[in-house]
Write a protein that binds this ligand. Structure first.
Ligand code: ZN
Length: 371
């Protein structure tokens, strides 16, 4: 058993997820280290902001520097100086956004780096992730852009299931967990079938793929509800690519344990600050002479040391340090949100916490826009 549930509140749950590189308190958020680095942060920074676990992209690392290079340099943990757990995705998401050619065997695509032709099969995706040495590998899946005809979504879901079975057979390492991916678009019956049949294969955890691709919030919430109903209690449930505050609250309320998203780091690079009182732009002239921190309630290094006025100045003049400090804050906020959710679940008032968090953020934003 890799997940030990410690508390439940409705469908929401908090627990301890065990991996080869330590335990993770859930619900948990993974900052995204696309090319073996979370943009603007290094391994020490990640530890300092309280990250428990990070995600890295198989697609990018297999092309540059090559998974064999990472393996020969001691694996991803040594390579990026991160001692905690690492989850690698399968590369499916990146590959399918590249106009890839897909057959029953696998996917062929052109490298974004040098245009060379690359083939990725379910077996190769496992071999690459075993080279990288992540704690958790994810199976290669077939993505379809939405909206799409039901027959197209169903064919992709069925092929994903066949690839999941092939991935399971391709495993060589005993110290790496493998998560299966559930597809099925926004169709509840396809989602339900995908979840039930993926669960039958007996993975260490389950990723919900194909969400946050333009579906409505209601469609996403419904897809999560249907999927969770088919999954075993003692396995991690992970929604891929979901990372906004409201979306994560709704997902945790439906029994999701794990998240990853580029949003907190990407928004920081666009000057957007995440806070419990709503999100705002540091670029606004109103912050020019502001001596208060980004978020007076935040204990991160950025908030304990620097004013909004200074951070706005760094942003406006294009100083990389500004982006780094904003990134540290946004990642801290997102990790704090997870710990507030865990506490609310343990104290049995998650619904109230969710409602008050959403309400506070809405009223904070309207205050900010009047300022
Ligand atoms: Zn902060």
């Amino acid at each position: 058993m890799t997940l030990e549930i410690e508390a439940r509140d409705g469908m929401a749950r908090s627990g301890v997820f065990r991996t080869a590189h330590g335990t993770v308190a859930t619900p948990a958020f993974m900052p995204v280290g696309t090319r073996g680095s979370v943009k603007m942060l290094d391994g020490d920074d990640l530890e300092r902001v309280g990250a428990q676990m990070v995600l890295s992209n198989t697609y990018h690392l297999m092309l540059r520097p090559g998974s064999d290079v990472v393996r020969d340099l001691g694996g991803l943990h040594d390579f990026m100086n991160w001692r905690g757990p690492i989850l690698t995705d399968s590369g499916g998401y990146q590959v399918f956004s590249l106009d890839a050619g897909v057959s029953e065997i696998g996917v062929t695509f052109r490298s974004t780096y040098d245009g060379s032709r690359v083939e990725l099969t379910p077996e190769r995706a496992i071999a690459v992730q075993e080279d990288l040495g992540s704690d958790i590998a994810v199976t290669l899946d077939v993505l379809v852009g939405l909206p799409a005809a039901r027959s197209v979504v169903e064919a992709a879901m069925q092929r994903t299931l066949r690839w999941a079975a092939r991935s399971m057979k391709a495993r060589r390492r005993g110290d790496q967990q493998l998560f299966g991916i559930i597809q099925g678009g926004t169709d509840p019956s396809l989602r339900s079938e995908s979840a039930a049949r993926t669960a039958e294969l007996g993975f260490d955890g389950y990723a919900v793929g194909g969400l946050s691709v333009g579906e409505s919030d209601a469609e996403r919430d419904r897809a999560i509800e249907v999927v969770v109903g088919e999954l075993p209690e003692d396995r991690v449930r992970y929604t891929m690519g979901l990372g906004d505050t409201e979306g994560m609250l709704h997902a945790v309320a439906r029994g999701i344990d794990l998240f990853d998203c580029v949003l907190p780091t990407r928004l920081a690079r666009h000057g957007k600050v995440l806070t419990p009182d709503g999100d705002y732009s540091i670029r606004r002239a109103a912050h020019t002479r502001s001596s208060i921190p980004l978020d007076p309630s935040c204990a991160c290094r950025t908030c304990t040391s620097y004013s909004r006025g200074y951070l706005r100045h760094l942003y406006q003049t294009g100083e990389p340090t500004g982006l780094r400090l904003l990134t540290m804050h946004n990642v801290t906020y997102t990790l704090n949100l997870m710990s507030w959710m865990r506490n609310a679940i343990m104290e049995g008032h998650f619904e109230r916490f969710m409602a008050s968090t959403i309400e506070r953020r809405v009223s904070g934003v309207s205050r900010e826009s009047l300022a």
